[in-house]
Design a protein. Structure first.
Length: 188
């Protein structure tokens, strides 16, 4: 199947929506850099609804980009699509289970971790593609290394009961993923 070129722009649209939407969330309903974006959103009913709508607007175009342009263009395994769709479904589910304490927080954190973890094999699949070369391969490798380093740092902070800078860690983790995807897409 030939990739439909118009779908390439959906990645930029998704990233733009997320950047603007999450920045607005953090500025309009601030909880500081030690709180996750989900914790910023869980403060009241309207912020929870805002968070749900934000991800409903941002994630489907991203998934369409992966399915209709990215995977065919770089001849990636269908596993890439499976991981992308599962990650999106987990991310959507966490917006409906706000981090407000008790069982909701436990499920929210578990499903968020599942969503985030699925991004790692996506970059591994990308690295394995012979259609990804040059700077895209280097940036993807650096992105993967950054994501794994952030995960290790987070786990060490969690073990020490010193969870800090959670929003910055989120920005770094997801930023590393999206930079790898964008550089790959736009260096093609």
């Amino acid at each position: 199947m030939q990739p439909i070129e118009a779908f390439k722009q959906l990645c930029l649209l998704s990233v733009f929506i997320l950047l603007i939407g999450l920045t607005f969330l953090a500025i309009r309903w601030p909880k500081g850099v030690h709180a996750t974006f989900s914790q910023h959103a869980a403060v009241q009913k309207k912020t929870i609804v805002y968070y749900i709508v934000l991800f409903i607007l941002a994630l489907p175009p991203l998934t369409a980009f992966f399915i209709f342009w990215f995977v065919p263009t770089f001849h990636l395994s269908t596993w890439f699509i499976a991981f992308a769709v599962l990650s999106e479904l987990f991310q959507h589910s966490v917006t409906f289970i706000p981090e407000v304490g008790g069982w909701k927080t436990k499920w929210h954190v578990f499903l968020t971790n599942c969503s985030a973890a699925l991004l790692v094999p996506m970059l591994l699949i990308l690295l394995a593609s012979s259609y990804v070369t040059g700077i895209a391969k280097i940036i993807t490798l650096l992105g993967l290394f950054s994501m794994l380093s952030i995960t290790a740092y987070f786990q060490s902070m969690k073990l020490a009961n010193k969870l800090k800078y959670l929003m910055l860690l989120q920005v770094g983790y997801y930023g590393a993923f999206f930079i790898a995807i964008l550089v790959t897409a736009y260096s093609y």
